[in-house]
Unconditional design. Structure first.
Length: 147
């Protein structure tokens, strides 16, 4: 299983030092920045299935993410500093929109994420990932069939 992409506050600060209109980022405290980066990482990992060319393993066998992926996390983080997706339950970030115990059924839906992903992040990720956001429904249903 591939780890979700992340970037630390120091690296994100370096990114925003070369970006136009970074005031929202610069005004935020380090705790808010770290939280925005963490939430951005979860959102993007929930919305995209990253391809093999989106990362490489360094000499220590640690994942190094493509610059466009880390830039997308930064762009998503600054977007989140302006909007609050806190009303979305954590299970939805994992793609689970409905689950039941009786006859074991689950519905996976990532279409709810669409409004929370910034267009800039989507453009940066581009062909480095498969997107659940591109399909019309973004829904898959799984149900246990009794034998």
């Amino acid at each position: 299983m591939l780890a979700r992409p992340t970037i630390d506050v120091t690296s994100a600060d370096a990114y925003f030092n070369s970006r136009l209109r970074s005031e929202k980022w610069n005004e935020a405290d380090n705790d808010s920045k770290a939280k925005a980066l963490e939430q951005a990482s979860f959102l993007l990992a929930g919305a995209f299935a990253f391809k093999d060319n989106s990362f490489y393993l360094d000499e220590n066998d640690e994942i190094q993410w493509h610059e466009r992926i880390t830039s997308a996390i930064c762009e998503q983080a600054i977007y989140l500093l302006s909007f609050d997706p806190g009303d979305i339950p954590e299970s939805l970030f994992q793609g689970i929109s409905q689950a039941s115990a009786g006859s074991v059924s689950a519905t996976f839906d990532k279409s709810f994420v669409r409004p929370w992903i910034s267009e800039t992040a989507r453009i940066l990720i581009g062909d480095l990932a498969f997107s659940a956001l591109d399909s019309q429904s973004g829904t898959a249903v799984s149900q246990l069939i009794p034998l």
